[in-house]
Design a protein around this ligand. Structure first.
Ligand SMILES: Cc1ncc(COP(=O)(O)O)c(C=O)c1O
Length: 406
């Protein structure tokens, strides 16, 4: 007889399979032939013996394969060892961590920073530690799962405003005495940007903190950066696993906030510190990204090229101007089918389904990087147009998609 848990697991997996929502990992390997010269070939990997062009990575600047950064990691490991050996408050915090924190503060204007092993733990730690049942927190409808999980654990009252709607946010701020408003700089599944300047003004007016998850904006999005983020944003979470091409995250804010987190954030206190080698790598990647603005330029050109070719081929996108280019299909199974057909043509794009995105808005999430070659972008769009018309997908137009968000 099966145990209670075996029965539960089998039933839940069966239900997910039936709905086309079962998640499975794929074992990828390196395409040695093509990855030797990262500056001239698009990002590729091998799956089950076949090479694919990767349009599904958050390595927006292509930094994960840049030789000087591999050297920085190597040097960091030689200097500090391969692990931190303890939690930060024991003996896991070194001058490598401090140097990275200082660099991040210098770049953003915040007073202090705290490092975490991932953006997920940075967000949950921040939310759980900062808020309790006495707080009312207002958040964009589309904020990341890690923010929602942390807020749920905190016991704070959560009020959601309509995605990127200033009117909706203002209504909530006017109605409730709000501790903080939370948004993302670039939304991970839609690729659109929050109105940071306007939200900042609203928060000032209502004496609420503005907290921005900058996972997909840090090191790539210029706009509000020119105005110095710390002047607009009270707490900024940056991650190193996207545009910086490596791993880890930081919470940036006032010295008082960081001191408070050091004393109270359980994820920080009771977890092995980010390795100093990874801190040295993230520092080198941060510096590399600022010393090589041509990578951001190349990324922008690749985004423009992709959008132009999609327009010419009547492939309707959501209207994003960032590296994240969603194409809403709606039905989860059809989305998987389109992604599979693209794979048959050697193009790998993400098929994003509920619960990651709302039911009925399953989508392809195509991500562009500075490392993509123009011919691969052209092939991607040509295949996309062919597959969509072959599969007969009822496409959601830009206008319909915008309406869905209201
Ligand atoms: C908006 C956003 N915040 C936070 C995270 C978590 O960051 P990490 O991948 O470093 O855990 C992600 C990544 O998936 C994200 O998209």
């Amino acid at each position: 007889m099966s145990s209670l848990l075996e029965t539960k697991i089998a039933a839940r997996q069966h239900a997910l399979r039936e709905q086309g929502l079962l998640r499975q990992r794929k074992v990828l390997s390196v395409d040695h032939a093509l990855n030797t010269n990262a500056s001239t070939s698009s990002p590729r990997f091998v799956f089950e013996g076949r090479a694919y062009v990767n349009f599904s990575s958050n390595d927006y600047l292509g930094l994960s394969r840049v030789p000087p950064l591999a050297e920085a990691l190597h040097l960091g490991a030689q200097t500090y060892g391969v692990g931190s050996g303890a939690s930060p408050l024991v003996t896991g915090y070194s001058d490598a961590h401090l140097a990275l924190e200082r660099e991040l503060c210098a770049l953003t204007g915040h007073e202090a920073a705290l490092l975490f092993c991932s953006g997920f733990s940075a967000n949950t730690a921040l939310m759980k530690t900062l808020f309790d049942q006495h707080d009312i927190v207002v958040a964009d409808k589309l904020v990341h799962a890690s923010i929602i999980d942390g807020l749920q654990d905190s016991g704070a009252q959560l009020k959601r405003f309509l995605h990127n709607s200033l009117e909706s946010a203002e209504r909530l701020l006017a109605r409730h005495q709000t501790s903080a408003l939370i948004t993302e700089s670039v939304f991970s599944m839609d690729g659109d940007c929050a109105p940071i300047f306007e939200l900042s003004a609203l928060c000032r007016q209502h004496h609420a903190w503005l907290i921005v998850d900058d996972a997909h904006g840090f090191a790539v999005l210029d706009g509000y950066k020119k105005a110095e983020p710390a002047k607009l944003i009270d707490v900024q979470v940056v991650t190193f696993g996207k545009a910086l091409g490596c791993q880890g995250a930081a919470v940036l804010g006032s010295q008082a906030l960081i001191d408070f987190l050091v004393s109270n954030a359980r994820e920080y206190i009771y977890s092995t510190a980010l390795s100093p080698a990874n801190a040295a790598l993230a520092l080198a990647a941060t510096q590399y990204s600022t010393e090589h603005p041509e990578l951001q330029q190349q990324l922008l050109e690749n985004i423009k090229l992709f959008k132009r070719l999609c327009r010419e081929a009547n492939v309707p996108l959501l209207g994003s101007d960032t590296a994240i280019q969603p194409l809403i299909i709606g039905d989860a199974r059809q989305t998987l089918q389109v992604a599979e057909e693209l794979r048959a043509a050697g193009i790998w794009v993400g098929a994003i389904r509920p619960p990651t995105v709302p039911v009925g808005s399953a989508r392809l999430r195509i991500t562009l990087t500075a490392a993509h070659a123009a011919e691969d972008i052209a092939t991607c769009v040509a295949q996309l147009a062919q597959v969509l018309s072959r599969v007969g997908v009822p496409l959601v137009t830009e206008r319909q998609a915008a309406d869905d968000h209201r």
